[in-house]
Design a protein around this ligand. Sequence first.
Ligand code: FAD
Length: 313
Amino acid sequence: MAEVLVLVDHLEGEIKKSTYELLTAARTLGEPSAVVVGAAGTAAKLADGLAGHGAEKIYVAETDDASFLTPEVSVLASLVESASPAAVLIAVTPDGKEIAGRLAVRTNSAWLNDVVAIAGDGVTHSVFGGAFVAEAKANTEHPVITLRPGSVDIEPTAGAGAQETVTVTVDGRNATVTSREPIVGGDRPELTEASVVVSGGRGVGSADDFGVVEGLADTLGAAVGASRAAVDSGYYPHQFQVGQTGKTVSPQLYIALGISGAIQHRAGMQTSKTIIAVNKDAEAPIFEIADFGVVGDLFTVAPQLKDEIAKRK
Ligand code: FAD
């Protein structure tokens, strides 16, 4: 059976949930091999966490050169050449998309982006800002497929997996990082990984009032998101923007507070499993995709919701 390379998405020593989704999806295409790339002393440690998810082989590549931009591209490109995999699977994240684009060019492969399902030799992906889904097939060998986090249910395997660990050398640098700026996210879960997201829109009205959104999020252990109008108005930082020009999320529960539901916002959240909208305008388009809707003032509804949830804890 053909090998399928899965790039392990990890942060601060933890494997992200999206990696297990990739490993589950990879099994429909062939035999998954996990590829872990990280700073010296960090990547090899993650191999144990991959057991039970079907990776027969784990490629480990470590580098202590912090100025190496996306070493994943070099590692994956050399593995594409040596292993000739059926496909390379990467999570849809800002880094994942950068790696996928560079890798596709480097290996002369098709890139199928924002995929929400893989079946047989084809994929379903979300196009035109989520307005349509399209069925697609790559016409090249070893296509690069970026899978939207949250679109596949994780299915662990019965066997231990991970029979073999192979060390890969990191080389072939063609771009250098000159500075890095940490993104401050606080103690809340990472937006694209969170199983619950509470987002605020222009209806929140000010940066100070975003405390209402944060308060509800904290009661639920959720990540906080924002619409572009909220970001552009300076209510919340851009790194939390959900939508076509922000992040794509697909949590179990998405709560939209004071968000009208423009197509560009929906593009980033409409695959959420359950959507709750609170808006004082009963005609707001967000209600077209909401599973539950409350027509009301968010400053009344959100605190009530928060108190009810807190009582039940
Ligand atoms: P509005 O559309 O102004 O809606 C505010 C809502 O709040 C209204 O429905 C109102 O009834 C409700 N409201 C007001 N007060 C209250 C209250 N007290 N209680 C309850 N409800 C209340 N947008 C994104 O979000 N993400 C993107 O990535 C994105 N990318 C874009 C890319 C392009 C190329 C373009 C052209 C636009 C993009 N946009 C994006 C902008 C998008 O078109 C909308 O303008 C934006 O999503 C609107 O944000 P909003 O719903 O917060 O604001």
